[in-house]
Design a protein. Structure first.
Length: 471
């Protein structure tokens, strides 16, 4: 079957294209779509969401290096409040008195908690954001997530000015807000928006462009945020700047960004759901279970599919998921552990942390944009090019990324080539480089040696992440 002719109309046409035209007057609107004016090209929905994504990434990333110092300060204050509250009753503790094993333990626990919360928020947030955006639209949910970011900054400003159990309660509020409105969920919603407003042939390029702007925003923000904190000698200044920038992004989103999932499609989806549940009364337990099922609905994609050519179940996605889980489990600990190590053992300033994280972003761009494509181009001829064809199961075409749009898409059969094992070899090489690089990074003692050694594990991590995405 020709994939081009089998593609659904909703996959081929932007959701913002408007109502269908009649046969008599369909030519002119079609020509306007194919040859848009220069003004419309400058202010397309993709352009608007790209601007929002870049500035959002800049605002949220510039506080990361200062977050490390704030967490260490809060951990020190909590440790003294619990173990020796009479020494510093006001909470103003000199930094030299925080160099204690107990403080380092509190700090490690707090960093681990933020990492775990971020991961859980990514798992639950994507499903919930998909469901809520299918009911209320992409734009309102995006505005809600931006509001959560602003509340998070206010809470971090507050936690620096309270002491004792109020500080602990405020830290708990920060954890809750970051679970709901974390960056992973926001980026996921942006990706859904791009899929809505772009045609099938242009989606890969649009998503790649969004990713590139995200990396650029992060690369600029790390150094900017760390420098603001270091040169102004204030942990609050960067949060005020980030709060203001996020507020501008929220206002821009409210008045400029068009909705990508219009009310007609939401109403149609609501009628489909009512038809499915008509005549079936649900208890509160069943309703709660249904909400949990929506949040975990992306996990259903891991179900093995049947390959009609081989006559066997296709477990490749399950293997990739297991690999991603194991590697991410290690990498998710390695980065916070490295930041804890640099903060507690070498007393890195936010500016130095900014240089380290900037090196991270630059190395990511180098690996994904230059090194990896050249590597594949040079070594691809060495591999056996005789590859078997794989036809996905019929159910694959019906699985939609958005839980609310499963009934809108139709089947698309795609014939793909199986792996020539080059991706497997790149993954193994990345494991080796990353393992050795972290060992070397822990043995060097100077800042510049650590700065030069930092890109090596990230290079391996980017290689591994790209192979997971390609698989």
């Amino acid at each position: 079957m020709n994939p081009t002719t089998a593609t659904d109309a909703h996959e081929r046409t932007s959701l913002l294209s408007g109502r269908p035209q009649s046969a008599a007057n369909s030519t002119a609107p079609y020509e306007r779509q194919v040859q848009p004016s220069r003004k419309s090209q400058c202010f397309t929905p993709v352009t608007v969401i790209t601007i929002i994504t870049l500035i959002y990434r800049l605002a949220t990333t510039m506080v990361i290096t200062t977050n490390i110092r704030v967490l260490h300060t809060v951990a020190c204050q909590l440790w003294y409040h619990v173990n020796d509250p009479d020494v510093f009753p006001g909470g103003n503790i000199p930094e030299k008195y925080c160099a204690l094993p107990g403080v380092d333990k509190y700090y490690a626990i707090m960093v681990s908690m933020t990492t775990v919360i971020d991961g859980l928020g990514g798992i639950l947030g994507t499903g919930i954001a998909s469901y809520m955006s299918s009911r209320f639209g992409r734009k309102p949910v995006l505005m809600f997530l931006l509001s959560c970011t602003m509340i998070d900054h206010l809470a971090i400003l507050t936690v620096q000015n309270v002491y004792g159990w109020k500080q602990l309660v405020t830290f708990g509020l920060i954890m809750i807000v970051e679970t709901i409105g974390n960056e992973n969920t926001t980026v996921f919603l942006v990706s859904m928006y791009v899929v809505d407003v772009t045609e099938a042939e242009r989606r890969t390029a649009a998503l790649s462009s969004i990713t590139g702007w995200l990396v650029l925003g992060g690369a600029l923000a790390y150094s900017i945020g760390g420098s603001i904190t270091t040169f102004l000698h204030s942990n609050s200044a960067v949060y005020i700047v980030s709060f203001s920038v996020t507020g501008i992004v929220l206002t821009f989103t409210a008045f400029v960004l068009p909705e990508s999932f219009p009310a007609e499609k939401r109403d149609l989806l609501r009628l489909e759901r009512l038809a499915e549940t008509r005549g079936h009364s649900q208890s509160w337990t069943q309703k709660i279970k249904a909400v949990a099922t929506v949040a975990l609905e992306p996990m259903e994609l891991l179900k093995p599919t049947f390959n009609p050519i081989t006559g066997k179940a296709n477990w490749r996605l399950v293997y990739c998921a297991l690999h991603s889980f194991i590697v991410t489990l290690a990498d998710a600990y390695a980065l916070p552990a490295m930041l804890i190590f640099f903060t507690t053992q070498y007393s890195y300033t936010p500016a130095q942390m900014g240089y380290v994280m900037t090196t991270y972003s630059v190395s990511s761009v180098f690996v994904l944009a230059i090194a990896l494509p050249l590597f594949i181009r040079w070594f691809k001829p060495l591999y056996n090019n005789t590859q078997t064809k794989s036809v996905p199961d019929e159910g694959d075409g019906l699985r939609a990324t958005d839980s609310g749009e499963a009934g809108v898409h139709t089947q698309e059969v795609v014939v793909s080539e199986t792996s020539d094992r080059m991706d497997v070899h790149i993954t193994v090489i990345s494991w080796t480089i990353e393992s050795l690089a972290y060992i070397v990074l822990g043995t060097v003692g100077s800042f510049y040696a650590q700065l030069l050694g930092r890109p090596l594990p990230l290079l391996a991590l980017d290689l591994d992440a790209f192979q997971e995405f390609e698989a």
